[in-house]
Design a protein around this ligand. Structure first.
Ligand code: FS2
Ligand code: SF4
Length: 563
């Protein structure tokens, strides 16, 4: 196997045996083959020019499932492959019958999907990174093509969330939805064609252009997700969330899927089950239509990377709704469930009917009380400073900028991970001057939100904008502030430090580059798929730079000078 799609990839270069995430070579192979089939389906859908419902979820969910720490279940990928192959054959037949040209399939795609797992794994080899990298002219180009694929996967994950909220036409209409699917299929077609084909003239420029197209698409998708969230769940408002000792019967919900949380709260309410949030679910408490459930209690634990330490102390049942799931260990293994694209071998899957999970929560008795001090923080966390809340006090913020009380706006956030080097983001935030505010988002906020950053212009200096997809909110805040100040976003004293981990973060980074936002610090480690030559290009064009670990003071001094 070979995989370098995430930040924790082995030695910064690639996982070649078992992944650092514990993905097995078999799962990795099945994921490679799944991605190739999903791209083939995009290619055919693009050739047809439509965006029919049968194809839509068959592209979104399997691609989402191949993100880091989402699905480790081989049986699920075998099922996705069967469904994808069947739909591919339907579309190929339809194109032939209608006299349209059937596009040439990527070289690595098997003519017929093999039956057995052994044969599938053999067929997966040409779809893997090692085989495909040999087909592309050079490693710079190969890395950029992979960046485009990872960004597209991240975008599909966000779009999966938007689509599964079922928020109706008030969130976004069919025309907008179709436009997004068509662009996903177009980009998938590009990736299917470019994989294994000889490099064309200006291939690197084209690949970088398609990366920015992914960024543009992701911006659109994050806006639609934002709209779906607020249509179904109301507009987030600031609220203080407590991390208290959970009381049973209880369910802990982790991941990003607020639709799953909403449906679970409805069903668990009748049984008086207490529901707690974990990780990226923290912003749930700021949505009126989630907050109204009396059984939505506090937040438990911190970010995904601590789950193996934290979940064992939760006195109840756990539900994973998206990334990031780590292999369940020890005493919580028999009380964790997955939903949607998430999966793990022998862990039960639940979709719209949560009765079995609720039953387990009702029956669960914490057999061994565990000392809780030192493992689970007990703090008050302020959330809910989405674009509506911040822009609700825009006059105060604008006044503070005009009077010189507010001189800088930092965006520090993104993903969290397990490496100590991520303290870069904590230290950077702690060192920011008092005449600045910090917008944070994503699970990276857990590096910052345990600290008191004080207040400015009547607002906390640290404003939690929401989940990683709420990077859209940060963009809206910046755009509206620029409008109020009669300047452009590029004229604002706006500084970005992005902590990345998985492919949704790649999508968000591409969005920031698409918006031509300059001088972003990226860390803690740079992606293994960005070669020194490509970094040079991105640095020249966008000022993108690696975070200087343990020298955040040097970065901060440069940022304050607008560099
Ligand atoms: Fe965090 Fe993991 Fe949010 Fe990423 S919970 S690193 O998938 O999407 O951010
Ligand atoms: Fe390695 Fe990340 Fe790939 Fe897992 S997802 S195998 S940790 S690069």
């Amino acid at each position: 196997m070979m995989c370098f799609q995430c930040e924790q990839t082995n030695a910064g270069k690639g996982c070649t045996t078992t992944g650092v995430c514990k993905k097995s070579p078999q799962t990795s192979g099945l994921q490679d083959l799944t991605i190739l089939h999903a791209l083939r389906l995009c290619q055919l859908a693009h050739a047809e020019g439509g965006a029919e419902p049968a194809v839509r979820d068959l592209v979104l969910e399997p691609l989402f499932a191949t993100l880091t720490n989402v699905n480790f279940d081989d049986a699920r990928f075998e099922r996705y492959l069967k469904d994808l192959a069947a739909q591919i054959s339907t579309l190929e037949d339809r194109l032939k019958t209608s006299g349209q040209e059937v596009p040439v399939a990527p070289k690595a795609l098997p003519a017929k999907l093999p039956e057995t797992k052994q044969e599938l794994l053999a067929a997966a080899e040409p779809a893997g990174l090692l085989a495909r990298s040999g087909e592309v002219a050079n490693e710079d180009l190969f890395g950029v093509i992979e960046m485009c694929a990872y960004g597209l996967k991240g975008t599909c994950a966000y779009f999966y969330h938007a689509e599964h909220l079922l928020a109706g036409d008030a969130a976004y209409g069919e025309a907008e939805r179709t436009e997004v699917y068509k662009e996903i299929f177009r980009l998938g077609n590009y990736l299917a064609e470019v994989n294994g084909s000889a490099a064309k003239e200006n291939a690197l420029g084209v690949a970088l252009g398609e990366c920015l197209a992914v960024g543009a698409l992701n911006l659109k998708v994050m806006k639609m997700l934002d709209s779906a969230h607020t249509t179904l769940l109301g507009t987030p408002t600031p609220v203080e969330v407590s991390q208290e000792q959970p009381e049973g019967p209880a369910i802990l919900v982790s991941g990003h899927d607020l639709a799953v949380l909403y449906r679970l709260l409805q069903q668990a309410e009748k049984q008086k089950i207490n529901v707690y949030t974990h990780g990226e679910m923290l912003p749930a408490h700021s949505y009126p239509n989630l907050k109204k459930f009396e059984n939505l209690k506090g937040h438990f634990g911190t970010h995904w990377g601590n789950q193996q330490k934290e979940f064992r102390h939760f006195p109840g049942v756990i539900l994973m709704t998206s990334n990031c799931m780590m292999p369940p260990v020890g005493k919580y293994r028999d009380r964790i469930w997955t939903s949607g694209p998430v999966g793990f071998d022998k862990i039960p899957q639940v979709e719209d009917d949560f009765s079995a999970l609720i039953q387990q929560a009702l029956e669960f008795k914490d057999p061994v009380p565990v000392p809780r001090s030192g493992v689970i923080p007990h703090r008050k966390l302020q959330v809910g400073f989405g674009h509506a809340a911040v822009l609700g006090v825009a006059d105060k913020v604008v006044e503070a900028i005009q009077s010189g009380a507010l001189k800088h706006v930092f965006v520090i956030g993104g993903c969290d991970g397990t490496e100590n080097s991520r303290s870069y983001f904590t230290d950077l935030a702690a060192d920011t001057p008092q005449d600045s505010i910090i917008l944070t988002l994503g699970c990276g906020k857990f590096r910052l939100n345990g600290h008191d950053h004080g207040t400015l212009a009547g607002l906390p200096r640290l404003l939690d904008v929401g989940q990683c997809n709420d990077a859209y909110g940060a963009v809206v805040i910046a755009t509206k502030l620029a409008e109020a100040l009669k300047c452009t976003v590029h004229d604002l004293p706006l500084h970005f430090a992005v902590s990345w981990f998985e492919q949704k973060a790649v999508a968000v980074l591409l969005t920031l580059l698409h918006l031509n936002l300059k001088n972003i610090r990226l860390g803690p480690a740079l992606p293994g798929f960005i070669t020194p030559n490509v970094l040079k290009v991105l640095n020249e064009k966008f000022g993108l730079k690696p975070a200087r670990l343990h020298e955040e003071d040097v970065d901060l001094a440069e940022m304050l000078k607008g560099e």
